[in-house]
Design a protein around this ligand. Structure first.
Ligand code: SF4
Ligand code: SF4
Length: 197
């Protein structure tokens, strides 16, 4: 994500109706993408799954989490030009030939109330909110976006989801920056082995 000025595509200007049709398609086929995990996501999942302490988190991470690449555009105040920083973050590992999320059971999310922000904020990610093309691409996969009925989301609500996503990413970036982009300092429960996988 690169900017706080989140644009909204014409398609969403008037808001939309959306309800998940539980097709499970967004939890499968991750050869095309990632489910990013931030600290709040991991703590929420750990609480839900009754995982305790550093050792519990390490076991959980080794089974379900991988270290992936991330980037963030940042301009220091008082400077004219910013730059894109590249660093590591966390995401779910996937399983099976169809690359599905470990927590997808019988086509349902088994951690629904504790699912990561990325899952709960779909389909109002910044890259979808601001791009008609991305929105249309995801529509091919998502039965809820084909149906377009259910709860009404106004322009403002849609933008709020995208802004919250930006804020979560920004908070993580600033924490990483403060720790010289050493992910082991931000997530001390990770093993060094995970960084090499
Ligand atoms: S946590 Fe749940 S909603 Fe998110 S990808 Fe996994 S199964 Fe799908
Ligand atoms: S692809 Fe759309 S309809 Fe299917 S589970 Fe995901 S959000 Fe729900």
């Amino acid at each position: 994500m690169t900017t706080t000025e989140i644009k909204i595509s014409k398609k969403l200007e008037e808001g939309i109706e959306f309800s998940c049709q539980m097709c499970g398609n967004c939890c499968t086929g991750f050869n095309e993408g990632e489910v990013y995990l931030y600290k709040e996501d991991i703590l929420r999942l750990a609480k839900f799954l009754n995982i305790k302490g550093k050792n519990g988190l390490r076991t959980f991470a080794e089974k379900y989490v991988k270290v992936i690449n991330d980037s963030f555009f940042w301009k220091e105040s008082g400077t004219q030009r910013g730059k894109t920083y590249r660093f590591k973050t966390l995401g779910f590992k996937f399983t099976g030939e169809d690359e599905h999320c470990h927590f997808l059971k019988k086509n349902r999310c088994s951690v629904h109330v504790a699912r990561p922000f990325q899952c709960r904020s779909f389909p109002f990610w910044q890259m979808m909110v601001s791009s008609r093309k991305n929105f249309e691409n995801y529509t091919k996969k998502c039965e809820g976006l084909q149906f377009l009925k259910g709860t009404y989301y106004s322009r403002e609500e849609i933008l709020n989801w995208a802004k919250e996503e930006y804020q979560i990413e920004k908070n993580y970036f600033l924490e990483m920056k403060e720790h010289n982009f050493d992910i082991l300092k931000v997530y001390p429960f990770l093993s060094k082995k995970m960084l090499q996988e």
